[in-house]
Design a protein around this ligand. Structure first.
Ligand SMILES: Cc1cc2nc3c(=O)[nH]c(=O)nc-3n(C[C@H](O)[C@H](O)[C@H](O)COP(=O)(O)OP(=O)(O)OC[C@H]3O[C@@H](n4cnc5c(N)ncnc54)[C@H](O)[C@@H]3O)c2cc1C
Length: 498
């Protein structure tokens, strides 16, 4: 894991250019009201701090919210799905904060579209149906190598594609390779050569130990609204349509932010000894240098951060008259050119689409700069998957690219940054700070846990002479490895209980 670079020399000044409003003082300022920002704000408010949250968009939630489009909950990022479901890190955090929510855990391990049809696998053993005896044997062997023996150090950093080549005959196991490839593309938006064997091992262990993925009741927009209401009810000051222009500092410590009200272009300052950035390392460094990162300059790679690799993807929202996926889990697509997986979240919560309609969401990794071709391949895959039913019953609502400043992950899984920065009082949370093995919003929630644990340790160190109380632990460890056994026959989950 790497840390932020040294702040630019210009960052350590305390300027007041053209300020017409008096500076306002808080205990903590959060930059960005994405899931990471809102969760951090809720925890800091729980500790009794005065908190301001600054969001440049007119709404909170970032890549984890949705807009109502003709009665359909069209998400700004996430496919309304939480990777570790009702037993995961996010679920625990929401319970801890008393945020109302319900997650519908998947009722299957998944289904697999292969050989032109869909095979439903209730548990892991059911993948035998489409793998056959030969490839299933090699899957069990891989399971043994990953789970039942320590991964030798020289294997840990190998790209997973290379590791597979060394242990199985990839030519004779095409569906088995596709099985791993499509899960990595759907869950991480990465290809197998981009992810290390150690990371695959950790993620797989966590996925199996925590539980089934889940669809959020009401969609990710509902959850974000609950969080936003909670933060405001606890006295948090939420400044929507306000953009942070600069992080202010003095003598190596953060002092606040300079921001612009987008409604009237007014600039002013907020001051606090603690600033939490939810905007990712690239934008955080830019704010220290009084620069703004735009979508176009990330796409043109004109920034001096060649070391930052984001995960990119293309997502399609489809409205259908008929149900095309018969379960609450993920359909992995092994015989497609691009689409890695799909979900039909209305199987869990029909209110995500108008009555009688079904919402389907597909996801794929963008594999070239030819965007038109990527879209055309997505459509070709949808025809391959559903045949005539697609033309007859389905309507494509949106087809969105996720890259640049709005990627699937700001830092690819396994290369994440630390929450602390060289500037005292400045911390990072969000999907660029996910600890190893914790993916997507589980990683966002765990990044907030890391940050809280750091604060707790700092508080404890400064008060050590007065108290024997140990700092509280927030970071959630993976449950027992025996939990993984539950997956063999049937996906573990809450079976939609309310
Ligand atoms: C296509 C796609 C599918 C996904 N699917 C899933 C899924 O099914 N399940 C899952 O768990 N995860 C999924 N994810 C990932 C998940 O959406 C993200 O991990 C999560 O939403 C990131 O939250 P965050 O708080 O780290 O960042 P963000 O949501 O990006 O929040 C950052 C916020 O900061 C604001 N901001 C930026 N700059 C400034 C500034 N200068 N001043 C003020 N505000 C600023 C932004 O507007 C934004 O609201 C998906 C992502 C994408 C794109």
């Amino acid at each position: 894991m790497q840390n932020l670079g040294e702040p630019h020399a210009g960052a350590s000044q305390f300027t007041d250019i053209g300020t017409t409003l008096p500076p306002q003082h808080f205990d903590a300022i959060i930059i960005g009201a994405g899931l990471g920002g809102l969760l951090s704000a809720a925890h800091l408010l729980q500790r009794g701090l005065r908190v301001a949250i600054v969001e440049r968009l007119p709404h909170s939630g970032g890549r984890f919210t949705a807009k109502n489009f003709h009665g359909v909950q069209v998400s700004t990022g996430a496919v309304h799905m939480v990777p570790f479901g009702s037993s995961g890190v996010l679920a625990h955090m929401l319970h801890r904060l008393h945020i109302p929510h319900h997650f519908f855990d998947a009722d299957v391990f998944g289904s697999f579209h292969v050989h032109g049809k869909q095979f439903r696998a209730r548990g892991l053993l059911s993948v035998y149906k489409f793998l056959g005896a030969h490839q299933f044997f090699w899957l069990v062997y891989i399971g043994y190598l990953i789970f039942l023996r320590p991964l030798p150090p020289y294997e840990q950093q190998l790209p997973f594609s290379l590791w597979l080549e060394r242990h199985i005959d990839v030519k004779r196991n095409p569906q088995l390779v596709a099985f791993f490839e499509r899960i990595a593309r759907f869950a991480l938006s990465l290809d197998l050569p981009q992810v290390s064997t150690a990371e695959v091992a950790r993620i797989t262990k966590h996925m199996l130990r925590f539980g089934a993925p889940a669809i959020v009741q009401g969609g990710c927009g509902k959850l974000t609204n609950e969080l936003e209401s909670h933060v405001c009810a606890q006295g948090g000051k939420l400044l929507l349509s306000h953009e942070v222009l600069r992080i202010l500092s003095h003598d190596g410590a953060v002092t606040g932010v300079r921001l612009r009200n987008k409604a009237d272009n007014e600039e002013f300052e907020l001051h606090a000894p603690l600033v939490v950035s939810d905007v990712g390392p690239r934008a955080t460094v830019a704010l220290l240098q009084n620069r703004t990162v735009t979508q176009s300059n990330v796409l043109k790679q004109q920034v001096d951060h060649a070391d930052i690799h984001e995960a990119v993807g293309l997502k399609v929202h489809i409205l259908s008259d008929i149900s095309l996926i018969p379960h609450r889990g993920i359909m992995y697509c092994l015989d497609t050119q691009r689409i890695a997986g799909m979900v039909q979240p209305t199987n869990s919560d029909p209110s995500l689409a108008p009555p009688g309609k079904h919402l389907l969401i597909s996801h794929q990794v963008i594999q070239s700069n030819n965007i038109e071709e990527e879209r055309a391949l997505a459509l070709a895959d949808l025809h391959l998957l559903f045949g005539e039913a697609f033309d007859k019953h389905c309507r494509v609502l949106t087809m969105g690219m996720y890259r640049g400043e709005w990627p699937v992950n700001r830092i690819v899984q396994g290369e994440d940054r630390l929450p602390q920065t060289p500037l005292r009082g400045l911390y990072q949370v969000g999907d660029a700070v996910k600890p190893s093995g914790y993916l997507m919003v589980e990683g966002v929630a765990q990044s907030v846990n890391l940050f809280l644990e750091l604060l707790e340790t700092l508080d404890h160190t400064s008060q050590q002479s007065n108290t024997d109380i140990q700092p509280r632990h927030y970071v959630m460890p993976a449950p027992s490895r025996l939990n993984a056994l539950r997956w063999l026959w049937k996906a573990p989950g809450n079976a939609g209980k309310r």
